[in-house]
Ligand binder design. Sequence first.
Ligand code: SF4
Length: 107
Amino acid sequence: MSKIARRKFIQLSAAAATGCFVQAGREVRADDLPHLSPDDPMAAAMKYTHDASSVDPATRNNPAAEQNCANCALIQGNDGDEWRPCQIFPGKAVAANGWCSVWAPKA
Ligand code: SF4
């Protein structure tokens, strides 16, 4: 690697590391995030939908009633918000009334 390329690599690495620290110290806000699309390949794999009522309870792996993102253990953000971050879909906001096959009850 030439000296210039190495210098550029180090500069970019430092900038990337700084970005990571800034992100880590920043609270995740759903307002900042794009909405998760049910057509997203990961969302489709998890059977994500914006409307939990559209899911036939008989097709769920977990038999618990009243399943939606707002009462899932993996939801983040603030209660009452229409769109919230989710641990399964980093960088996207899910609908509070949504659902996916990873749904888990809050402890
Ligand atoms: Fe919604 Fe929970 Fe699935 Fe996230 S993991 S999309 S909060 S049901």
